[in-house]
Design a protein around this ligand. Structure first.
Ligand SMILES: NC(=O)c1ccc[n+]([C@@H]2O[C@H](COP(=O)([O-])OP(=O)(O)OC[C@H]3O[C@@H](n4cnc5c(N)ncnc54)[C@H](O)[C@@H]3O)[C@@H](O)[C@H]2O)c1
Length: 435
């Protein structure tokens, strides 16, 4: 099929590339010229495992093209997939300006009957508004809610092995075309009303966010009552009703989805006259959780001003260079505000960190140089390089104060390494100082 994907971000680029791999003729449109130039040259502007090789293959066989020229993108599509951003507004609602901007371009650019599948996460009722917009513009468009469930860091795998493909429309014609599009993936497809499909996306993301905030809440309580969250989770996850995933305690969720999707659903509920108390609680727990490490560190380090502080991991999770809503960001900002000299190590997000903080921080090439002479170390991302590091590297620090927001190490190993160590929901370890 001829497919146009609008938006070459994490969702659009991966979707376009995978659809090209399974045999469709795909053109991906983005208004960011720099991004398109890179992609046309076979370079991927984001860090996403396995993506670059698939882009190269798609370009080489000619099933995948990139453009920033609308006319080219709208020449002959049968299906257009919309994957533009829907960031949050100041009040927590979803900002739909990119969605309706792209819809205007579609209405102006197409001449034949097409299907528009909306992959962007949009509040319930938005697809109906999009359909009304096309009707007003007299564009022959059938709108399908087709939410995306990939996770950054495993996006290619998640798309190729999708657990489910949700097709939200009551049009038999649109259902059959969307099924034709995704059939080569051989994954389960579920059809439903547009509004239900929109809600599946929010309910799924918000459930996961709720699970994270729940386990963080329990971890915090463990600290108060001398229980150990690792042992608690080990005992919980045997229960299949609870499940094994998303039970890792830490300094909270971040990224481009959970923070904004929890706030958008909460906002939507309020607008509809309903208070979504569970999601409200998840948001509140997460906001407080982000500053747990700094709170703990303030008890040990009398002042940060003029001190070298090491930060290991900045990306909102391992496997991505994305810093959007990463818990590390407000923490680094706090450290800078109080006059600390911040040294950062992140295996893939360094370029984005530099772009974000400019020359106010220093980025090291390795963990050792980041730690050398530091007064305290904060761990915000559980990269394998950090989880697997030799704990003797902490001996390079001026003071061995380590605040681990992702529980990267075994307490028994940390005890042998002899340092002040705070992690989430576990016993705080004090350095013996006996040398
Ligand atoms: N990132 C994820 O893990 C993820 C997962 C599932 C769903 N989603 C949802 O998918 C949507 C996209 O997310 P993302 O992370 O890929 O966003 P992104 O910010 O990485 O990418 C969006 C892209 O759209 C482009 N764009 C905006 N308006 C355009 C227009 N009119 N024409 C052409 N290009 C345009 C931007 O230049 C940008 O490159 C969001 O609604 C998000 O909530 C994201």
């Amino acid at each position: 099929m001829n497919v146009t994907v609008i938006g070459a971000g994490y969702v659009g680029l991966v979707t376009a590339t995978v659809l090209a791999k399974i045999g469709h003729q795909v053109i991906c449109l983005d208004k960011d010229e720099g991004k398109i130039e890179m992609l046309q040259a076979g370079k991927v502007p984001i860090f996403e495992p396995d993506l670059e090789i698939l882009v190269e293959q798609g370009l080489a066989v000619g099933t995948l093209r990139f453009t920033n020229v609308s006319k080219e993108a709208f020449a002959q599509p049968e299906i257009i997939l919309l994957a533009v951003g829907t960031p949050e507004n100041a009040d927590g609602s979803a900002n739909l300006s990119a969605i309706f901007g792209a819809c205007q371009e579609i209405a102006d650019g197409i001449s034949n009957r097409i299907i528009v599948g909306v992959k962007s996460t949009v509040p319930v009722g938005t697809n109906d508004k999009i359909a009304a917009f096309f009707k007003m513009e007299k564009a022959l468009v059938e709108v399908v809610s087709n939410p995306e469930f990939l996770s950054q860091g495993t996006a290619v795998h998640d798309t190729l092995q999708a657990k489910r493909i949700v097709i939200g429309t009551e049009s038999e014609y649109a259902i059959s075309r969307m099924m034709e599009l995704y059939a080569p993936l051989g994954q389960p497809m579920i059809t439903m009303k547009r509004r239900s499909a929109e809600m599946v996306k929010y309910a799924s993301n918000d459930f996961l966010a709720l699970k994270i905030s729940f386990i963080n809440d329990i971890a915090n309580l463990c600290e108060c009552v001398e229980a150990d969250i690792d042992e608690v989770v080990a005992g919980m996850k045997y229960d299949e009703r609870i499940g094994k995933q998303f039970l890792a305690p830490g300094i909270g969720y971040g990224g481009s989805c959970f923070p904004k999707d929890t706030k958008a659903l909460h906002w939507l509920a309020e607008e509809s006259g309903y208070t979504l108390r569970t999601i409200q609680a998840a948001i509140q727990v997460n906001e407080k959780q982000k500053f747990k490490l700094i709170q703990a560190a303030r008890k040990d380090v009398p002042q940060f001003s003029g001190k070298k502080i090491a930060v290991l991991g900045v990306a909102f999770k391992p496997g991505t260079d994305d810093l959007r809503e990463a818990p590390a960001i407000p923490n680094i900002q706090y450290l800078l505000d109080v006059g600390a000299e911040v040294h950062v190590f992140d295996p893939v997000a360094t370029a984005n960190v530099r772009r974000f903080f400019g020359d106010t921080i220093r980025c090291g090439e390795d963990i050792a140089s980041c730690l050398a002479g530091a007064e305290a170390c904060f761990i915000f991302t559980e990269w394998p390089e950090i989880r697997g590091m030799d704990l003797r590297l902490f001996e390079l620090m001026r003071e061995r104060n380590v605040y681990d927001g992702r529980n990267c190490f075994d307490l028994a190993d940390v005890e042998k390494a002899d340092m002040n160590y705070y992690s989430i929901g576990r016993r705080k370890l004090q350095r013996s100082r006996v040398r």
